[in-house]
Design a protein around this ligand. Sequence first.
Ligand SMILES: C[S@@+](CC[C@H](N)C(=O)[O-])C[C@H]1O[C@@H](n2cnc3c(N)ncnc32)[C@H](O)[C@@H]1O
Length: 333
Amino acid sequence: MTNHDRNGLENNLAREIEYNDAMSRRYDADYHAYPIMKRHTRDFVKYTASYIRPGHRILDLGCASASLWSDFGECLDASVTLVGVDVSPEMLNVAREKHPQSDFRVGSMTEIPADNSEFDVVIVSSAFHHISDAQLPVALNEIHRILSEHGTLVGREPLGVGRLGDRGGSLAGALMSLRHIAYRFTDARDLPEPNPGPDHHAYDAESFLRTIESVFALTDIAFVNPVSHFLSRSKSAIVVEVAMMLDAVARHKEGQEVHYVAQKNFYGVHEHESLIDQALRENEIHDLTEFLAFLDEAGRAMQSLIPATEVKRDRNRAWLTEKRLQYLNGLKR
Ligand SMILES: C[S@@+](CC[C@H](N)C(=O)[O-])C[C@H]1O[C@@H](n2cnc3c(N)ncnc32)[C@H](O)[C@@H]1O
């Protein structure tokens, strides 16, 4: 990396800190007080909670003002440990006011202030889209370092392509006109913000997930909130109900946001069997055919002992490995 590149990265990070420091006192009100946004957060926290077990050590990376922590408090077992990291000192000051006993650390996701294998689960809620594409693999390798051997990364990010509105034409117009009608009739509006800087961007799901897969095994993806996101600044109960109904009817196929789960060192029965198939095709181990049959059986027998949540990961993983490209391509019309 040249000095010029390094200076550029440092300038972008300084700008990111400045932006988030400036947003810190209004962040909860602007992004977590609106009923539709609250529902989106609650849905994500529930999704996350299904991967958390009693005693887990959890890092909320890019935690901001601990904006998810009241939902975590309601969904997580009291035995879990929750730590927050954010690059913005002012966001963490707000977080500490709300949770004075908790461990909040100032630091960047590209150099996480945590020990190797310190956490079982890392949560990244809408924070990766604040860093550049070049920094994403750096952050993922840092998360890999601080996760325990079979640790899990659970996250959500906003998407910039493949959404319902990106089909264009009159459909996009109809979604936008619904938004204008709803906002006009409920006196809602978008809020002006400082410039977030050049690193801030929404993702193309496929290239984002491919980068995740360069470091972790994806074990789940879900595209959510195809319509409600358009209406999220309205507080009207009628608009909220209509928004949720439209999401349900659209069946979340072309969402504004992706939820995903990725795991460190993931080997399930699917991986085990395909490695055994490969081994059987390799000439040099022909004398071990019988042994490989036992190895195959041993994998299946152990699989039958693992908890239902882990079986779900195996099933999802097999499905994602085989169908993912078709599925993602099907989202792009
Ligand atoms: C949109 S907010 C999301 C906050 C929270 N996770 C949520 O879902 O409400 C993004 C957060 O990521 C933080 N952030 C941006 N770049 C970061 C970096 N390089 N390392 C750590 N945190 C970062 C920002 O300071 C900000 O608090």
